[in-house]
Design a protein around this ligand. Structure first.
Ligand SMILES: [Mg+2]
Length: 363
């Protein structure tokens, strides 16, 4: 269109970063995290985006997705998004493919911001100046001591909410939640079972947690069990919000979850749900149902669409991703009084890969 620059190069690199200790939630344990960085160039500028996924996505980005967008108008974001979706029709959209598209979509937004000299939040249009975050970690692999130190640390930094994992050992969950409460003062406690409980155990746990002052219960049952989530949402004590959505890979998933009246808070992850473009569609779906939206992990990326999303409640300040992003991205956000903001002097997403520091994690 007109004399807009066109996409000339699409690259991707995988980095595998060990955690700072064993991490576990109710249904998974891990000791490393894979970061995929996508880069697109046009008009002499380079855009960067990322996802937390699998190294196999690199090939998808550098072949299939690159072929779909190379030579096209770099500013025509919806057209580039549609071109990628069209190209992967026979591969299947959810899962790895959606994470690859998400990384490229974010890189295209970053590139557009750099070409136009504006932060992505300004391109989308800001709805607020700062975005509150909630500290998230409290892994079930942690000792009670470590759990208290981590959550207590976030509380003392002024966060309004903190979240711990539950579900690995249901018998231990109430006492760990009591220990966490003791460490966080007036800060509010969230729990996340990652789908570990069955329906009736989850309902009983919701009552126990409510007595302990917990106000938010994430994936009490599997997020695949929409009637189960609906049961929890309707039967959990007043004031206990039920949340899910982190495994949403497209707007159709979010629509189904909302139509099932499965959640009080919808979660969406721009590194999975078809990028910043997909995240803003999740916000529109929430707006149409008057429900809050919570951004799942990857805070360096989410701060831009989170500033723009009408229904945004908060961003998950996930220990593992915060550590990686502060280590590898120049310009990664810092928390002030429980919230983060955008640096308006930096165009695009405002982050750059620290290539020398990242090199040792490259696979
Ligand atoms: Mg979760």
């Amino acid at each position: 269109m007109g004399d807009h620059p066109t996409i000339d190069r699409v690259e991707a690199t995988a980095f595998v970063i060990p955690t700072d200790g064993p991490e576990a939630d109710g249904t998974l344990s891990w000791d490393k995290t894979t970061l995929i960085v996508a880069e697109v160039t046009a008009g002499g500028r380079r855009g960067i985006g990322y996802t937390y996924s699998d190294a196999s996505v690199v090939k998808l980005i550098t072949e299939k997705l690159a072929e779909a967008i190379r030579g096209r108008d770099a500013l025509a974001t919806p057209a580039l998004h549609q071109a990628m979706l069209h190209a992967i029709r026979n591969l299947g959209r959810p899962g790895l493919v959606a994470t690859g598209i998400s990384a490229v979509d974010a890189a295209l937004w970053d590139l557009k911001g750099k070409l136009l000299g504006q932060p992505v939040a300004a391109l989308l249009g800001a709805a607020r100046e700062r975005v509150p975050v909630y500290g998230s970690g409290g892994f079930t692999s942690y000792s009670v001591q470590r759990l208290k130190e981590q959550l207590g640390g976030w509380a003392s930094e002024g966060m309004r909410w903190v979240k711990m994992k539950v579900g690995s050992d249901p018998a231990a969950d109430p006492s760990r939640a009591v220990a966490a409460r003791e460490a966080i003062g007036d800060t509010l406690l969230f729990v996340d079972a990652n789908g570990a409980y069955d329906r009736k155990l989850a309902l009983a746990m919701a009552e126990r947690f409510a007595e302990l002052g917990v106000i938010y219960f994430e994936e009490p049952v599997s997020s695949d069990d929409l009637p189960g989530l609906h049961l929890l949402r309707d039967r959990a004590p007043a004031g206990m919000r039920i949340a899910a959505g982190e495994y949403g890979y497209d707007p159709f998933y979010f629509r189904r979850m909302l139509e099932a009246e499965a959640v009080d808070v919808l979660q969406a992850d721009a590194t999975r749900c078809l990028g910043i473009t997909g995240f803003m569609k999740a916000d529109a779906l929430c707006d149409a149902r008057s429900l809050p939206l919570s951004a799942h992990c990857a805070p360096s990326l989410h701060r831009h669409p989170a500033l723009a999303a009408t229904r945004l409640w908060n961003i998950e300040w996930f220990h593992d991703h915060v550590r990686i992003e502060q280590m590898l991205f120049d310009g990664a956000p810092r928390v002030e009084k429980g919230s983060i903001a955008v640096d308006w002097s930096r165009p695009g997403l405002g982050i750059e890969l620290k290539r020398a520091d990242a090199e040792r994690f490259k696979v």
